[in-house]
Design a protein around this ligand. Structure first.
Ligand SMILES: Cc1cc2nc3c(=O)[nH]c(=O)nc-3n(C[C@H](O)[C@H](O)[C@H](O)COP(=O)(O)OP(=O)(O)OC[C@H]3O[C@@H](n4cnc5c(N)ncnc54)[C@H](O)[C@@H]3O)c2cc1C
Ligand code: FES
Length: 289
C-alpha cells in the first residue's frame, strides 16, 4: 500500500510546468485562526490543477519568492486550490497583509506523492491530524465524504494546542455532526477567555477508545514532528502494522522538484519521494520521525 507517485502528472503535462509558475487568481481570503488564513486560488485559464489529496504546490509572489504549501481541498470539490497558510516569514507574511480577492499569484505544481486513495478503497480509515496537519488532511477528508461508498468506517481525530488554534472550525463542526464520519476533536488546554465544550488532552488520548480491526484499517497521520512517535506507538498497541500507517513529513524545501537537495531524509527526497510515505519506508531513517 505505498504512497502513490502523482508527480508524473507535473512532468508529463506541459500545462503543469516544473519551473514556470502558472498565473493564478485569488478568489477568496478568509481568517482561520489569528495566524492562519485560507486562500482560495484558481488558474486564470480556469483549468484544474490536476492535484491529488496529500500533494503540495509552490506558491509565488512576484519579486518576493515562493513557499511550499499543502493543498487543503479535494479535486472532487472543483478546479480551485484551498491553501491554509500560517504567517511565518517574508512570503507568507506578505500574503497575509497584502493579498485580496482578484490579486494574482503564481503556482508551480502540484508536486510530491499523495494519499493513495485507490489502495485505501474498502478499508476502514483512521485519519489523525494535529495542528497544521489538518491542512493536507482536509483534502483527504473531503475526498472521503465525496466518495463515501469507497471506504469502510472513516474516523477523524483532530487536535490543536487551544480551541483558537483549530484550523477549519466550520468544517470540523460539520464533520462532527455528519453521520458519514466519526469525528473527534481535542485540545491540549483551554486558556482563559476561550470557549470549548469538547475533550481536553493530547491527541493520543483519542486513540485508546477506538475499535480498530487491524487487518482492514489504514491510518493516516499528519502533524507536528513531536506527535508522530506517540501516535505511532498507540496505533501499534492497537495491533496496526507499519505498512498500514501513512505519514506526511515536512522538510525545508526550495525547488520542490528534486534538484536542490534541501529536503533529503538520508537517500529520500521529501519533495519527490514524499511528502507522503508509508511508515515502513521511513521508520528506520535518521531524522525521519
Ligand atoms: C511540503 C510542505 C507543505 C507545507 N504546507 C504548509 C501549509 O499547508 N501551510 C503553511 O502555513 N505552511 C506550510 N508549509 C511550511 C511553509 O512552506 C513555510 O512556512 C514557508 O515556506 C515560509 O515561507 P516564508 O517566506 O513566509 O518564510 P521565510 O521568511 O522563508 O522563513 C520564516 C521562518 O519559517 C521557517 N520555515 C521555512 N520553511 C519551513 C518549513 N518547511 N518547515 C519549518 N519551518 C520553515 C524558516 O526557517 C524561518 O524561521 C509547508 C512546508 C512543506 C515543505
Ligand atoms: S526541495 Fe529541492 S530537492 Fe527537494
Amino acid at each position: 500500500m505505498p504512497a502513490t507517485h502523482a508527480r508524473e502528472g507535473a512532468g508529463k503535462n506541459s500545462s503543469l510546468p516544473l519551473y514556470r509558475p502558472i498565473p493564478c487568481t485569488v478568489d477568496l481570503v478568509q481568517d482561520l485562526t489569528p495566524s492562519e488564513r485560507l486562500f482560495r486560488i484558481s488558474r486564470e485559464d480556469a483549468q484544474p490543477f490536476g492535484h491529488q489529496p496529500g500533494q503540495f504546490v509552490q506558491v509565488s509572489m512576484l519579486g518576493v519568492g515562493e513557499a511550499p504549501i499543502s493543498v487543503s481541498s479535494s479535486p472532487t470539490r472543483g478546479p480551485h486550490l484551498d491553501l491554509g497558510i500560517r504567517r511565518a516569514g517574508e512570503l507568507t507574511g506578505l500574503m497575509h497583509t497584502a493579498l485580496k480577492p482578484g490579486d494574482r499569484v503564481g503556482i508551480r505544481g502540484p508536486f510530491g506523492t499523495c494519499f493513495d486513495v485507490d489502495t485505501m478503497r474498502g478499508q476502514d480509515l483512521v485519519l489523525i491530524a494535529g495542528g497544521c496537519g489538518l491542512a493536507p488532511m482536509r483534502a483527504l477528508i473531503q475526498y472521503c465524504e465525496d466518495r463515501r461508498g469507497d471506504f469502510g468506517n472513516v474516523t477523524v481525530l483532530c487536535g490543536a494546542r487551544t480551541p483558537q488554534d483549530l484550523l477549519y472550525k466550520d468544517d470540523l463542526a460539520a464533520w462532527m455532526r455528519s453521520p458519514q464520519l466519526d469525528c473527534r476533536c481535542t485540545v491540549d488546554e483551554v486558556p482563559p477567555g476561550q470557549k470549548w465544550t469538547g475533550d481536553v488532552g493530547v491527541i493520543t488520548t483519542l486513540i485508546p477508545p477506538l475499535e480498530i480491526v487491524p487487518d482492514r484499517t489504514t491510518a493516516v497521520i499528519v502533524g507536528p514532528p513531536v506527535m508522530y512517535r506517540f501516535v505511532i506507538s498507540h496505533l501499534k498497541d492497537k495491533g496496526l502494522d507499519c505498512r498500514r500507517m501513512i505519514v506526511s513529513l515536512e522538510r525545508h524545501m526550495k525547488c520542490g522538484v528534486g534538484k536542490c537537495g534541501h529536503c533529503t531524509i538520508e537517500h529520500l527526497y521529501c519533495c519527490l519521494d514524499g511528502p507522503v510515505f508509508r511508515l515502513d519506508q521511513v521508520i528506520g531513517l535518521r531524522g525521519a520521525i
